[in-house]
Design a protein around this ligand. Sequence first.
Ligand SMILES: Nc1nc2c(ncn2[C@@H]2O[C@H](COP(=O)(O)OP(=O)(O)OP(=O)(O)O)[C@@H](O)[C@H]2O)c(=O)[nH]1
Ligand SMILES: [Mg+2]
Length: 330
Amino acid sequence: MPANLPPQYFEVERRLKTARTAQEKIAICEELLAIIPKHKGTEKLQAQFKSKIAKLRQESERKPAGAKHGLIGRVEKSGAGQVAVIGPPNGGKSSIIRALTGHEVEVADYPYTTRTAAPFMMPFENIQVQLIDTPPIASDFMENRLPEIIKTADTVLVAVDLGDPEAASSLEGVLAALKEKRIELVLQSRTIPPEKCPFLKHALLVGTKLDAEGAASVLDEIKVLFAGRFGMTAISTASGEGVEALRKAVFDLLKIVRVYSKAPGKKADLTSPFALKSGSTVMDMARAVHKDFALNLNFARIWNRGDHIEGLRVQRDHVLADEDVVELHL
Ligand SMILES: Nc1nc2c(ncn2[C@@H]2O[C@H](COP(=O)(O)OP(=O)(O)OP(=O)(O)O)[C@@H](O)[C@H]2O)c(=O)[nH]1
Ligand SMILES: [Mg+2]
């Protein structure tokens, strides 16, 4: 079958011959990939460019100088939790982050727009959650340092492009690529034993481009195929549908409680909660406030407007609930 390449392809291809650095070559190959018409006759050519890009990326990452120039590495944690947003090329990862954080994250209609992992803060009520935008994962390629980022993140969002009729297989491709790195994404309600901690990660699927043609049926298909394996929510960053629900879903995925410290006789500062792991006790709260509190803690009193609790006296091992106001007594 003829490839039928447009004239623009040959113009860009000429630049490839004179490109010197790996980064330049990668950028040109990506441009070519975006130009190549997608049909059976160009499958081989597309595959050649994908593998060329993969090799160039590995080559450029091997050079120590690369690290100084923004290649990805661990992202220092900040805020109440760290969430890696991962997924296939062009799947809408950066758009999710842009919608949730309001930052000018780079978004474009060609694959491999995001080259390096970068953190952005998402406000949720009175806390900030750190979202990491990441380079894409394809079944045959993943940035060298991406597995480390996923392992250190608290939890994971996986973008699923609902505008792509092949979304299910590209999701399987992402999961398979992670499996090769011994990372398994699991349902958020599953308990992860401590010894499996960096390798098993709670994840939520985020269907993107809900406004795209055929999105509703792709969403149904993914829900059926992955039922029991993952929870799923869907958004359109174009119309704004589902964005606020996703913000809350990210908070729920993190499994944290927000608790406020209060001094006896004074009001609690409800603007700056401590974010503790769900299941944390009064003792954990005391440790977070100050080590002396933990050493000398006697009991605590708790208020919770939602649960109609008023100054309830509790012991050190009492498990805290979201929005508890805690008065520590030494
Ligand atoms: N119609 C529509 N298009 C969307 C939506 N979200 C993202 N897009 C488009 O999808 C394309 C890819 O979006 P990105 O957010 O850059 O995707 P990405 O996964 O970060 O892409 P890479 O970084 O290249 O892997 C862009 O053209 C976006 O405008 C949406 O909700 N609706
Ligand atoms: Mg991106």
